[in-house]
Design a protein around this ligand. Structure first.
Ligand SMILES: [Zn+2]
Length: 290
């Protein structure tokens, strides 16, 4: 824990109020194309405006239409940015999906950990970077439709708001608020070894157990294609994914805000903030492999 006090100080009260808002019953599980999803999005748009993010295109909402199985789904990503002080034309993406499973058999799936936690964290990270401007431009992308097959991330990359070759890396957050062992995983250093020294340096001072892995082999323990980092990987864009091991409430109605661990959650988000800060400062090395 040595040095943990030098990690970015984030707005912890806002982090908890954000996740509480997003995981509330009134959001009805935030399924893509539903009124609950739209209510969650309205909250995100208010936050982007309050924080003072700039649109990348003409406005924050980025609608898309996607085919999922037989149906057409109408999704809306929420995308904003902070311009870099030194390399305004180089972009980091910090992403999380805000959709979840909605209502099934009259039961609301609140999706507090999955992924109100990552969404609330991205808002707080945006607020911190607004006050501490990065050298490279950072795009904050809150994706819709992840639960239906990473639809929002795929739409973002098929119709990117900036040229794809200008996106140097993606940092994706999906489930970062609870783990019995106090462990947070960072995946991505196996396919992109350039990330390893950065992750090792953060792990050495992290106030959580930051473990590298879940990014090799075939099967379920390789997480590369299991959240929105997958479509970035498929476009050969370096990524780091932060998340926890599955828990008994994963994709269950029990994934409620009362089951998150606020202290662990805050320590995870500070760890991720420090990683994004160092990635921004060291982005030349990542850009060199793009
Ligand atoms: Zn998720």
């Amino acid at each position: 824990m040595l040095g943990a006090q030098s990690l970015p100080s984030l707005d912890s009260a806002r982090l908890i109020s954000n996740i509480t808002t997003l995981a509330a019953d009134s959001m009805e599980g935030r399924r893509i194309g539903t009124p609950g999803g739209a209510r969650a999005r309205a909250f995100l748009l208010r936050e982007f405006t309050r924080i003072g993010l700039a649109p990348v295109r003409d406005s924050f909402p980025s609608p898309f239409v996607a085919k999922a199985r037989a149906a057409e789904l109408n999704g809306v990503n929420v995308v904003g940015m902070i311009r870099g002080t030194k390399h305004a034309d180089r972009y980091l993406v910090v992403s999380a999906h805000y959709d979840h499973l909605g209502i099934r058999n009259d039961v609301i799936y609140n999706g507090a950990d999955d992924n109100a936690s990552g969404t609330a964290a991205v808002l707080v990270l945006a607020q911190w970077f607004k006050a501490h401007p990065p050298q490279n431009s950072i795009i904050f992308a809150l994706f819709d439709g992840e639960e239906s097959g990473e639809l929002g991330a795929k739409a973002f990359l098929e119709n990117p708001p900036v040229p794809l070759e200008r996106i140097v890396a993606d940092v994706n957050l999906d489930m970062v608020s609870r783990n019995e062992r106090g462990e947070l995983y960072a995946s991505g250093a196996s396919p992109f070894p350039v990330m390893k020294p950065l992750l090792d340096s953060v792990a050495a001072i992290a106030p959580v157990k930051l473990l590298l892995g879940h990014d090799t082999g075939s099967g379920q323990s390789n997480w590369i294609q299991q959240s929105d980092q997958g479509p970035f990987y498929s476009k050969k864009i370096p990524f780091v994914y932060f998340g926890v091991e599955d828990h008994p409430d994963y994709h269950k109605p029990g994934d409620k805000v009362g089951h998150i661990e606020p202290g662990f959650y805050y320590r995870c988000v500070r760890t991720i903030a420090e990683f994004v800060r160092r990635l921004d400062l060291g982005l030349d090395r990542v850009a060199a492999i793009r």
